[in-house]
Design a protein around this ligand. Structure first.
Ligand SMILES: [Zn+2]
Length: 375
């Protein structure tokens, strides 16, 4: 068993303060590498607790490959307390979501090595990974949030497997993965017992962490179809249910399921056993129905997580406290599609336009939003 702890100092702009990333490294480096980080959105506690349980499992595991575990990926966001409330999703300095606008290294990597790639896939993988590290080293960044994102991507960009642990508002366990990776991700989906996997094509959102890990391979494949360029990184965003789903037994089971997947992929030694039967299905992200609040007010739900709904079904009502009469106060919120309710709003007071309910469906939607990952 090898276990090393490293720290990466973040260049902080505040005089007299320091911040650092903590990095656990396990393994002998004789097999695949997995990179796992928790809570790039800082306050997503279920992810932090699963990482804690995973640490305990890895401390007692034989790791012929390599596991890099970052148990809290966002010390910048963890420090953002405003009037006693923690605000970890957006960088208070820039206003940018901590899981958007990760560096897209495609152009730099293609310019550096694209034409030099050949017909040997393993050699190409090594060349591209080295070029990704060089491209990251060449970035010029001043803001703390950008330094953090580049540091995290630097730990992940040569991994075969990347698991970015998050949670949603109130939600069933679900994954986001590049649509082209579904064949690889199906085992992860089954091992974790996911209710839903959302397959990303063009999300219309800024570069999220999982996309930053896969976009280089996608871009090179598209530009150099004659070269042997595999999908060298299985990167997934793992949504460990909702903010309040912080439970020792659940987190321990999630960590055991992640470890079983790492065994299945040969990162960790031991028998993974037969693949569990999948409990949920994969859906294209572009056919998810987002039921947005048509008015501002108190939200009362008519559905629960796991319910199947039809298009037009009332999923919630918005109660306007400023309505002139009780009869005029209620506005129904309807499902835009047939499908499975997998996420509901956490806040019980919503402003018009905020999302009340996410429905995993399969029908194309005429008025689908452009930004499929949301803000
Ligand atoms: Zn998140």
């Amino acid at each position: 068993m090898t276990h090393r702890i490293e720290t990466i100092a973040l260049d902080t702009p505040s005089p007299g303060t320091t911040r650092q990333l903590m990095v656990h490294r396990f393994g002998r480096g004789e097999g695949p590498k997995a990179y796992i980080q928790a809570a790039i959105h800082a306050g997503e506690t279920p992810a932090l607790l699963v990482a804690h349980h995973l640490l305990a499992l890895l401390e007692n595991a034989d790791v012929p490959g390599e596991v890099v575990l970052v148990p809290f990926a966002n010390p910048v966001g963890l420090g953002q307390r405003v009037h006693g409330r923690h605000l970890g999703r957006y960088d208070l300095d820039s206003g940018v979501n901590f899981n958007r606008d990760l560096p897209d290294l495609s152009e730099a990597v293609d310019a550096a090595v694209g034409e030099g790639l050949g017909s040997d896939a393993p050699i190409n993988v090594a060349i591209v990974r080295e070029a990704m590290a060089e491209a990251l080293a060449g970035l010029r960044m001043a803001r703390e949030g950008s330094v953090l994102k580049a540091a995290l991507l630097g730990l992940a960009c040569d991994a075969d497997i990347v698991l970015d642990l998050h949670c949603a508002q109130r939600a069933l366990l679900h994954l986001f993965v590049d649509a082209g990776l579904w064949t690889q991700a199906a085992e992860l989906h089954a091992d974790l017992g996911c209710a839903v996997t959302l397959l990303e094509s063009d999300t219309g959102s800024g570069t999220a962490f999982d996309h930053a890990c896969t976009v280089v391979w996608r871009t090179l494949q598209a530009r150099h179809p004659d070269k042997a360029i595999p999908d060298a990184c299985l990167a997934a965003t793992v949504e460990l249910r909702g903010f309040s789903d912080v439970d020792e037994d659940v987190a321990a089971t999630d960590a055991e399921n992640i470890l079983r997947f790492l065994r299945r992929k040969g990162v960790v030694a031991g028998d993974a056993g037969p693949l569990p039967e999948a409990v949920g299905e994969a859906y294209p992200l572009e056919t998810v129905g987002f039921a947005d609040a048509p008015a501002t007010g108190i939200v009362t739900f008519r559905v629960a997580l796991g319910d199947h709904v039809r298009r037009g079904d009332v999923v919630a009502e918005i109660v306007d406290p400023a309505a002139p009469s009780a009869a005029a106060a209620r506005t129904p919120v309807t499902s835009p599609t047939d499908g499975l309710v997998y996420e509901l709003a956490d806040s019980r007071f919503l402003w018009a336009g905020q999302t009340v309910c996410h429905v995993a469906g399969r029908e194309p939607l005429a008025d689908q939003r452009a930004n499929l990952l949301g803000d």
